[in-house]
Design a protein around this ligand. Structure first.
Ligand SMILES: Nc1ncnc2c1ncn2[C@@H]1O[C@H](COP(=O)(O)OP(=O)(O)OP(=O)(O)O)[C@@H](O)[C@H]1O
Length: 331
């Protein structure tokens, strides 16, 4: 069963079509990133799933129930992190979570949830009106986790968080998914999406323009990666070895660097292994992937069409495998 399924979902506001004939499936247990430029229709879609707004036509099911008819069945099983969470300024953070627990008739320990989202014990007893934006976001996340939901719907979960908080949010999303929760979240921050999502859907002007894994999108758009290997002595033999590897489209020597255009991600490790086997000494490896920003720009034409919201810079992302132990080659 799909955790979320929309079919022909359409929402119009007068002449404006915010969501246009959307067919979307989010599988149980996956982390699904919902991307799109400002005004693409992400929040409208989420509001429809949560029955905050009714579609003009089409329908949506959430956890197997119609989003409107089955709202009472859906609501206790869904945790929601809304965009721009409004707190009760006079109530403490802990009281907010206690309130969510009472409302859902759940048996959670508020401090355990607040601990999970990194809200310090002292802060839990402070009035939420005194909270920073990031603290409010952590509080809203704790409230979304109440009742161990089967589905988490998060609108911009990284909003207002510092880099440490963003990392914690990513860990939390992954650990929720590992325990079987489906996570559906919208974001503009592409590197966060890339870090946690199993699949992404890209919405543009209310229309779904792509659904795939990030690797799948890279492949379908034809994004080759470029490997730059700094060698002690970049010989013609080294170039030939690299060029003969399946998945390497071309190889060229420039100064001390051997540059390979790689069409199959698996070929990157082979290039290193085969060059070393051929006696080459590799000093450094740099890999430039087609960045998610670049994919996003290609899919949404964000740069050319929306002068009010300029598109992200379609530059490639550079990783040095030797400097960054998390990069693909080092794994
Ligand atoms: N209540 C409303 N009345 C009229 N138009 C609306 C309403 N809500 C949304 N819209 C319009 O629908 C379109 C989609 O808006 P929506 O908020 O769903 O986009 P979004 O993808 O979530 O954008 P953002 O990334 O900026 O949050 C926009 O053009 C917006 O102005």
């Amino acid at each position: 069963m799909a955790a979320i399924r929309t079919s022909g979902l359409t929402k119009r506001y007068g002449d404006l079509t915010a969501v246009d004939d959307l067919d979307l499936e989010v599988r149980e247990g996956e982390v699904f990133g919902f991307l799109g430029p400002n005004g693409a229709g992400k929040s409208t879609t989420i509001n429809t799933l949560l029955d905050f707004t009714r579609p003009t036509s089409g329908s949506a099911t959430v956890l197997g129930h119609d989003s409107h008819e089955g709202a009472d069945e859906i609501s206790p099983r869904v945790g929601v992190l809304p965009e721009g969470f409004d707190c009760y300024p006079r109530l403490t953070g802990r009281r907010h979570v206690e309130f969510a627990i009472e409302t859902k008739d759940a048996a959670d320990d508020p401090d355990e949830l607040l601990e999970r989202v990194g809200l310090a014990p002292d802060d839990r007893s402070r009035r939420a009106g005194e909270y920073s934006t990031g603290m409010r976001q952590r509080l809203a996340t704790a409230m979304a986790l109440v009742g161990d939901p089967d589905l988490l719907i998060m609108d911009e979960p990284s909003s207002g968080l510092d880099p440490h908080g963003i990392r914690e949010m990513q860990d939390l999303v992954r650990s929720e998914a590992d325990s079987g929760t489906t996570v559906f979240f919208s974001s503009h921050i592409l590197e966060h999406v890339e870090a946690v999502c199993d699949r992404i859907g890209v919405l543009n002007d209310g229309t779904l323009v792509a659904v795939d894994t990030i690797e799948g999108l890279r492949e379908s758009i034809g994004g080759d990666a470029t490997m730059r290997l700094a060698l002690d002595t970049p010989t013609e033999r080294a170039r030939e070895v690299a060029a003969s590897i399946e998945g390497v489209a071309s190889a060229a020597v420039s100064g001390q660097t051997l540059e390979c255009s790689v069409v199959d991600p698996a070929a990157k490790a082979t290039v290193i292994v085969e060059l070393e086997r051929a006696g080459a000494t590799i000093r450094d490896v740099r890999i430039e992937e087609v960045s998610l920003e670049s994919l996003f720009t290609t899919l949404t034409n964000a740069g050319s069409e929306r002068e009010d919201h300029p598109g992200p810079n379609p530059e490639t992302k550079t990783d040095s495998a030797l400097e960054n132990p998390d990069s693909e080659v080092a794994e």
